[in-house]
Design a protein around this ligand. Structure first.
Ligand SMILES: Nc1ncnc2c1ncn2[C@@H]1O[C@H](COP(=O)(O)OP(=O)(O)OP(=O)(O)O)[C@@H](O)[C@H]1O
Ligand SMILES: [Mg+2]
Length: 1006
């Protein structure tokens, strides 16, 4: 089913085998291993063969190939299963777990690390800092835990001596927000081995850790821990196996120290960790001997070092090592140890310190990554992916209590696999009424029962033996096993089968495990199970002045006389933790990685057919293929199925009207043409191939986009309507408010002006109120109103003026309009006579202009003129509403020149008090004069002349250009010149004189 790769690499899924037989299975497995294809599917199970070499298949680009892909779109890989688990968790809010099983050295831990890296790589697209922190800690914690919990065994250089189950919590977006680690540490002391020169550290992790510390710690640090670099100086490291220090040990030490920092260990805490490790090393070097009857410590200097490292007192350490406090009734006595007891106590103490340290580290990590402040109502469901990497099934030459526990653990996990993959699946087909031919498999429940059954199982028998009063030996325990389990098909011993020479009398028993027969030596079982640590050590540690150490030993608080409940035995504790683990896994949707170890030589080339076949057999892989081939890839209740896929059919979206969900599902399946790939159970639909499911998912995803768009459309519409309504409401409010403001304004205007008719100034002094903002847009009307008001006032004023004065008033207003602010003297205070010549000689003048059909005389006056020939002469001007006449008063006002008023275009006057005026004509024949007034003398008449002419022009709707300047510009027959006004002290009369640029009017200064 997996695509992309040709058959030259073998079949990517064992389900595709032509016949399901062991030879064909093995041939495919071998072919793929040899071609560097270490992963193969059985449906959703990944079979992995340890390549024992680095493959370039875990990089960023490979991650990208698998991200978000369906399981069957890409070649088999751990990433495919990690993605499947992640998707199931994200899509269906399902808690999932990835169970990695296989024997020691098969590659479980490596697989778990790649899975974690994959999950870390594909999450947190938003780069949230908190998610990064959690991811970092999850990844780094592995490094620390491995340093403290891994060992070099003859099966694996980096063997996990602790089982690890790590839960990663995700928020509704699918980003990791925390986690939790459960550890299942297994390091037991073995008295026998100790006698042979091994300690409980004969193979374990601490040896790695010690060596790392000695190699990697700085000189100064080692000095402060009283350590020397030479590992052979420490009996916990040196005896037995030779330590090969790898060059990397130093670097690894640094990596661990860094990881601890990243996780959040404080400097004092890291120091304490080193002190504890060093203290364990020193404990191993303590030597006991007997002085007479009394056991003594030979090297008491070491005691004080230990006391110093553990922050306690030397004499207390010494006492705890050599004596045991026993309470008999109310009396408390110190009982002396024998040399053997003292050594035993010391080793138990060292082991216990190490265990507590490990547990404390795990608790510390959990504290840091624990999900905090998560509120499901706010953040959605918090889902979990669990990754289980536990010690693999192992068979040593000498198998003891630890191997017994490890192998029991693997039996439990195999049972879970059987339960979930083989048994439940087949049972479900039957329950649902799907035609099914039962596939046989070996059910290892019988072995699980042999170990864990209440009262009858090996653990119960062991516990019973430990509870016996008096001296209990391992041999007595074996005897009890023989008595109670003699008939069990999976148990035997030499006593039960005297001919079996592989078993030693009174020492060995054999369990036929699902993965093979294992001979266990009972030696040490009782001791390890009791796992007793003298109370004195607990009190010693509790009283340490180092708070971290004190925290690790809370039960040291108890007084010696307090009777405590007998603690659970090691085996029972282990059993309970296994049962809890399996229950936890069973509650989640499981994904399996089945690891196979190709050979015992750690060789990348060798495919040991025999070893591999054995593993394929006991892992039940062939049965797995059979069930898978005959079975269905996916099942779901009709209701849930509809819930997810109803949108892809018109018959079911949004709701169906068929009699039942089952009918609706049938209709949906048929309308997409999948009917040949499904079976309908009583409550569930079964889909045979993942391809169909994949297609359904694709259709679902496509429709989802449309549904989302539809929802967005509706919602946007709703929002827009809401916004529209609100805007409309706001506009109505605005409208009324403006109306109110305008009304108030008008009312205020009315109030202020209502009495103006009675006022003397007709309300001129009344201030207009400031118009509201809304009226700003209508400035003109407001201004108009003010103008109208002004006009009304003017009207009122004018009405009170006698009609004969009106022309004069109009002329004055016209003069004001053009001259105010420009000229010093306008002569407004005077009464404007207009026809000043008439005052002297009316008849003469009138006769001169008899031909003019004028209506009014506008102005007349005596003047002094200057012409273009610089000739200065006294003349008179006489202006009617039709012409301007220049007359000679000396010749009875003979008309010298007539300028029709329509030829007059403008006037120029100076800004002073002088009487200069220039008449501008259309034909550029300007007339330059200075008004003279004899009676009264020095009358200022310029204002009047300008006002009268302006007023006349205005009424005849013509424009008269009036300019006020000094000098005044003029044009004499087209020649431009200027007339400037100058004041002269000794000048008696105004007079023109020639000047370079024209003329100067000299006026008397007074
Ligand atoms: N995918 C892999 N690529 C390269 N080397 C691998 C791979 N898997 C495993 N190995 C090699 O095999 C060794 C053992 O693997 P690992 O520690 O994962 O075994 P294990 O199954 O966890 O064993 P145990 O049960 O003892 O802990 C690794 O140290 C590594 O050298
Ligand atoms: Mg491991």
């Amino acid at each position: 089913m997996a695509e992309q790769e040709s058959l030259e690499f073998g079949k990517a899924d064992f389900v595709l085998m032509d016949t399901v037989t062991m030879p064909e299975f093995m041939a495919n497995l071998r072919l793929r291993f040899e071609k560097g294809r270490i992963y193969t599917f059985i449906g959703e199970v990944v079979v992995s063969v340890n390549p024992y070499k680095n493959l370039n298949i875990y990089g960023r680009d490979t991650i990208e190939q698998y991200r978000g892909r369906e399981l069957y779109e890409r070649p088999p890989h751990l990433f495919a299963i990690a993605d499947a688990a992640y998707k199931a968790m994200k899509r269906r809010s399902k808690d999932t777990c990835i169970v990695i099983s296989g024997e020691s050295g098969a590659g479980k831990t490596e697989a778990s690390k790649y899975i974690m890296h994959y999950i870390a790589a594909i999450t947190n697209p938003g780069q949230r800092a908190e998610v990064e922190r959690v991811k970092n800690i999850l990844l780094k914690s592995n490094c620390v835990l491995e340093a403290f919990g891994n060992a070099k065994t003859n099966r694996n250089d980096n063997s996990s001596r602790f089982g690890k189950y790590m839960d990663i919590n995700f928020d509704f977006k699918g980003d990791p927000i925390g986690g939790h680690i459960n550890n299942y540490l297994l390091e037991k002391m073995n008295k026998k081995e100790k006698k042979e020169g091994f300690s409980f550290f004969h193979s374990p992790c601490l040896k790695l850790l010690f060596v790392q510390l000695l190699q990697g710690g700085s000189d100064q640090m080692l000095r402060s821990l009283h350590l020397q670099k030479d590992a052979s100086a420490y009996s916990y490291i040196s005896p037995g196996a030779q330590i090969k220090c790898s060059i990397n040990d130093g670097a690894e030490f640094k990596a661990v120290a860094d990881a601890m920092k990243v996780i959040g260990f404080k400097q004092e805490e890291i120091q304490t960790v080193y002190k504890i490790v060093a203290a364990i090393l020193h404990l191993g070097n303590l030597k006991f001997s007997v002085d007479g009857d009394t056991p003594v410590i030979e090297n008491s200097k070491v005691v004080s070092i230990i006391a110093d490292l553990l922050s306690t007192k030397s004499d207390m350490v010494e006492k705890a090592l050599l004596f045991r406090t026993v309470a008999t009734g109310r009396d408390v006595i110190d009982k002396q140890h024998t040399e053997q007891e003292a050594t035993y106590g010391r080793d138990a103490f060292a082991k216990a310190i190490y265990e507590r340290l490990f547990a404390w580290i795990v608790t510390h990590i959990n504290d840091v990554i624990e999900v905090k402040n998560y509120d499901t109502t706010v953040h959605g469901k918090n889902t979990v992916i669990g990754v289980l990497d536990i010690y693999g099934f192992e068979i040593f030459d000498n198998n003891s209590f630890e191997q017994f526990c490890i192998n029991y653990c693997n039996e439990k996990l195999q049972q879970l696999f059987i339960q979930l993959v083989l048994k439940q699946e087949q049972e479900e087909y039957q329950r649902e009424g799907i035609p099914w031919k039962h596939i046989d498999y070996f059910n290892n429940q019988v072995i699980v029962d042999l170990v864990e059954q209440q009262h009858k199982g090996i653990i119960s028998i062991l516990d019973d033996a430990c509870m016996n009063v008096g001296k209990v030996t391992d041999e007595m325990f074996l005897e009890a096993l023989n008595n109670k389990l003699g008939k069990h098909a999976h148990f035997s011993s030499r006593k039960l089968c005297a001919t079996d020479k592989t078993l030693e009398f009174d020492r060995d028993f054999r369990i036929k495990h699902y993965a093979g027969d294992v001979i266990y030596s009972v030696t040490g079982f009782i001791d390890k199970n009791k796992d007793t640590l003298f109370q004195d050590f607990k009190r010693l540690m509790y009283n340490s002045s180092n708070p971290v150490l004190k925290m690790m030993w809370p039960e040291g608080k108890l007084s010696i006389t307090e009777v405590t409940k007998r603690p659970l035995t090691a085996a029972t504790l282990f059993k309970n933790s296994m049962i809890a683990l399996v229950d936890n896994l069973a509650s989640k949707e499981p994904y399996y990685v089945r690891c196979i170890k190709p050979n015992d030589k750690k060789s990348p080339q060798l495919f040991d057919e025999e070893r591999c076949r054995h593993q394929v057999e006991y892992l039940g892989l062939l049965e797995n293929v059979r069930v898978r081939r005959a079975g269905f890839a996916y099942r779901q209740t009709y209701e849930k199925f509809l819930h997810r896929y109803k949108m892809i059919s018109e018959f079911t979206w949004p709701n169906h009207d068929l009699p039942s969900d089952k009918d609706a599902v049938k209709k949906l399946i048929e309308c997409h043409g999948f009917q040949h790939d499904v079976a309908y159970g009583k409550t569930k639909i079964f889909i045979r191939t993942p391809r169909t499911l994949f297609t359904l998912e694709e259709l679902h995803a496509k429709m989802l986009v449309r549904i989302v768009l539809f929802l967005q459309k509706v919602w946007r519409g709703t929002l827009a309507r809401l916004r529209y309504k609100r805007t409309k409401a706001a506009l109505t409010i605005l409208k009324y408010y403006r109306r109110y403001k305008v009304k108030s304004y008008i009312q205020e205007v009315a109030r202020r002006f209502h009495n103006v008719r009675q006022m003397k100034d007709y309300g001129k002094h009344v201030q207009w109120p400031t118009p509201p903002k809304v009226l700003r847009r209508f400035e003109e009307p407001v201004e108009l109103m003010q103008v109208f008001c002004g006009r009304w006032r003017a009207g009122e004023l004018i009405r009170s003026v006698p009609p004969e004065v009106l022309p004069q008033l109009r002329a004055k207003v016209a003069a004001m309009e053009v001259l105010k602010g420009h000229r010093a003297d306008i002569g407004l205070q005077r009464a404007w006579e207009g026809n000043y010549i008439a005052l002297v000689s009316t008849s003469e003048v009138i006769s001169r202009v008899a031909g003019d059909k004028y209506m009014n005389v506008l102005f007349s006056c005596h003047v002094r003129k200057v012409n273009r020939f610089n000739k200065v002469e006294d003349r008179a001007i006489f202006i009617t509403d039709r012409h301007l006449y220049k007359m000679d008063p000396m010749k009875q006002y003979k008309v010298m020149k007539t300028i029709p008023l329509y030829n007059l275009v403008g006037l120029s006057v100076s800004n002073g008090k002088d009487q200069l005026v220039v008449f501008h004509t259309k034909d550029n024949k300007d007339l330059i004069v200075c008004l003279f007034s004899k009676e009264p003398s020095n009358d200022s008449r310029i204002g009047e002349l300008v006002g009268v002419l302006a007023s006349h022009f205005k009424r005849s709707k013509r424009t008269l250009q009036v300019s006020v300047t000094n000098p005044v510009q003029c044009s004499l027959h087209g020649r431009k010149c200027t007339v400037s006004v100058e004041t002269k002290i000794n000048q008696s009369q105004p007079d023109f004189t020639k000047h370079r640029s024209g003329f100067i009017l000299c006026v008397p200064g007074n």
